[in-house]
Design a protein around this ligand. Structure first.
Ligand code: B16
Ligand code: MG
Length: 215
């Protein structure tokens, strides 16, 4: 019996990975590091701070910057990213999402966002679907990011639904691991790579509807 739906944002509701990539690539190039799309896959679902650390490691520059400089670099990347977000419109909502959240609304099943992105509220507004979500986990409130289960445990708490009655949607390996550790049924949306740890893999949310989830 499903009583709550938990959604990751990037890669599940909207595909912003390309914008994250462009913004990180610009920043990385400015400090003499080049990244490619394959490396970008490893940043999926990972927080901004951890992403910067991964990039610095990748470029062998992990010891070159102070904490203050790293925070300035992260902020600079975010400014590039936020500018790119100007391009986002409701047309960018991924297939099947709108139908699913509308059905959930009709069945009185609460929806909540569990994204590592601090830009989630802005993105949902730009997509014009913010009113469908009862809550958004604040990633700044977390001690640990995905693959730790904390973000999904918090999401379930925010909608007051025990984890065994929740279903979570994720597109990243870290996110699926996080859901499983939280004891939540995990549906993986596969784009580039498979998500073998998921309970169910789908190509898009068009393959999911509330009736199936209720069975
Ligand atoms: P921001 P998700 C994640 O979103 C992205 O997949 C990841 O690439 C990004 O670094 C992270 O959000 C933080 O985003 O810089 O906007 O705070 O997949 O957890 O919805
Ligand atoms: Mg994601």
């Amino acid at each position: 019996m499903v009583k709550g739906l938990i959604f990751d944002l990037d890669g599940v509701i909207v595909d912003t990975a390309g914008y994250h990539y462009l913004a990180w690539k610009k920043l990385a190039n400015e400090i003499g590091i080049d990244i490619n799309e394959e490396f970008n896959q490893t940043l999926k679902g990972i927080s901004r701070t951890e992403s910067l650390d991964k990039i610095l490691n990748y470029g062998n520059k992990q010891n070159l910057f102070s904490a203050q400089e790293k925070s300035e670099l992260s902020e600079r990347k975010n400014n590039y990213y936020v500018k790119l977000l100007d391009n986002i419109t409701p047309k960018d909502i991924l297939p099947g999402v709108l139908e699913l959240i509308e059905q959930a609304y009709q069945y009185n099943i609460p929806c909540v966002i569990a994204s590592a992105s601090q830009n989630a509220p802005t993105i949902l507004k730009k997509l014009n679907i913010d009113s469908y979500f009862q809550a958004i986990v604040d990633p700044k409130s977390l001690a640990k990011g995905k693959p730790d289960p904390e973000i999904f445990l918090k999401a379930a708490q925010l909608i007051h639904v025990p984890v065994e009655f929740c279903v979570g949607f994720e597109d990243s390996i870290a996110g699926i691991q996080s859901l499983k550790k939280a004891g939540i049924y995990a549906i993986g949306i596969i784009a580039e790579g498979l998500l073998p740890e998921a309970d169910l893999e789908v190509n898009s949310l068009t393959e999911i509807n509330i009736q199936t989830l209720l069975q």
